[in-house]
Design a protein around this ligand. Structure first.
Ligand SMILES: *Cc1c(COP(=O)(O)O)cnc(C)c1O
Length: 409
């Protein structure tokens, strides 16, 4: 006799975190029930101003009417067919990405880590097909974050994320960010590529200077290496440019994107030039879910909105307003705020008290922000944030920072 199924009582979100969810996150004890624009509402009806955007994912805020319409319209037609067949939405979004960037071809996946994995595979395969299989090492930078898969934790080289997970995948050389001479010296006959985030997000909103980016491009050109950009966080309009690297006037060979691309629907992609694409023939890479019709319907709509005339200019204007108010807070609380960092709406406050304490205090003021490396508070509002919301966020930040300051005004 099979044991009868016992129906456990449904846990209520209000009664505390369920032990059934693996404890890999240090979560805030808040449960959101709905969102609209830059605002989130908890299950008990409290409203939070969201300047974290689900870590730069909700590029157009919550429940954007056009994204909701695109997703629901697609949901009624077709969810999934696999990549055994052509996917119309992939072809449309790929065409748009190709027209707007350095790239000739796009591969769709489901996350940032997968996009970076694909980018790493593409770089190695390019040299393999070119008759130099020994060229399989990639230069990366200290403080980097490329995801949590075995290859991407090895790529970033952060000991905290590698510990206890067995042999570190070989093939990565980690160098200090910004030291072009060190890069030049590290390049050897086995070097395949240089991989970098134009702005390190998780690492603490560390901006790679245009001169450094240009220097890397020049080294790649001289030595026949590929320049791989991880714009998972910095891309899709986050800095006020479609992609952050445009600020330095360089073009990569491979670029990983995700986060903002789906505006909250999971999707990633890597983009390549024709020269790299030639190495990735049928059978060399794949994904069951990658580029499914739901993801593509939302991704295309996000892309269309971000590409509308004037949209990115609007992001730059809002970014200036935000930057000014953050500098104002630094002037007001010099004993709490050490530095204002970032570009566009990917901003950081390097603080003096422990960042977790500051984030907690800010969230206590019903403003969501995100911690990052180097004791930095990340501030990532939706790209369509209102001016009045920037003013409100600044007031809430000010109240939270005052708690840590001798200046109590
Ligand atoms: C978030 C992030 C990733 C990983 O993305 P996941 O979707 O979490 O796998 C990779 N690179 C950068 C720069 C990121 O910010």
């Amino acid at each position: 006799m099979p044991k009868p199924l016992t129906i456990a009582p449904q846990p209520s979100a209000a009664s505390g975190p369920s032990p059934a969810v693996l404890g890999t996150y240090a979560r805030q004890d808040i449960v959101f029930a709905s969102g609209a624009g830059s605002w989130l509402t908890t299950i008990s009806g409290e409203r939070y101003l969201d300047f974290g955007s689900g870590v730069a994912v909700n590029a157009l805020g919550h429940a954007h009417p056009q994204l909701v319409a695109a997703l629901t319209a697609q949901a009624e037609k077709l969810w999934h067919t696999s990549n055994l067949y052509r996917v119309a939405g992939q072809e449309r979004l790929a065409e748009k990405l190709v027209r707007a960037t350095f790239a000739d071809k796009v591969f769709f996946c489901n996350s940032g880590a997968e996009a970076c994995e694909g980018a790493i595979k593409a770089a190695r395969r390019y040299h393999y097909v070119g008759g130099a299989p020994e060229r399989n090492r990639i230069i990366t930078f200290e403080g980097a974050f490329h995801g949590r898969t075995l290859a991407t934790i090895a790529a970033a080289g952060n000991a905290k994320y590698l510990e206890g997970f067995g042999p570190e995948m070989p093939g990565f050389d980690h160098l200090p960010l910004g030291d072009l001479e060190a890069v030049e010296q590290a390049i050897g006959p086995e070097t395949a590529a240089i991989m970098i985030e134009p702005i390190q997000g998780e690492g603490g909103v560390r901006v790679a200077s245009p001169t450094f980016m240009q220097g890397l491009r020049a080294l790649c050109d001289e030595q026949g290496l590929l320049l791989v950009l991880d714009e998972v966080q910095s891309g899709m309009g986050r800095t006020g440019l479609l992609f952050a690297h445009e600020a330095s006037g360089i073009r990569p060979d491979i670029m990983a994107i995700a986060k903002g691309l789906g505006g909250g629907f999971p999707v990633g992609a890597f983009l390549v030039t024709d020269a790299v694409a030639r190495a990735l023939t049928p059978g060399t890479h794949g994904s069951t879910f990658g580029g499914n019709p739901l993801a593509m319907a939302v991704g295309e709509t996000v892309f269309d909105i971000v590409s509308e005339k004037g949209f990115l200019e609007g992001v730059r204007l809002k970014a200036n307003r935000l930057k000014q108010s953050l500098h104002g807070l630094k002037d007001l609380f010099p004993d709490v705020v050490e530095e204002v960092r970032g570009e566009g709406l990917l901003m950081g406050l390097k603080v003096k008290p422990p960042v977790a304490d500051v984030v907690k205090a800010v969230i206590g003021e019903k403003l969501l922000v995100v911690g990052a490396g180097e004791n930095v508070v990340r501030i990532l509002p939706p790209l369509n944030v209102e001016d009045s919301e920037i003013t409100e966020a600044s007031a809430r930040l000010s109240r939270a920072l005052a708690v840590f300051s001798k200046n109590k005004q």
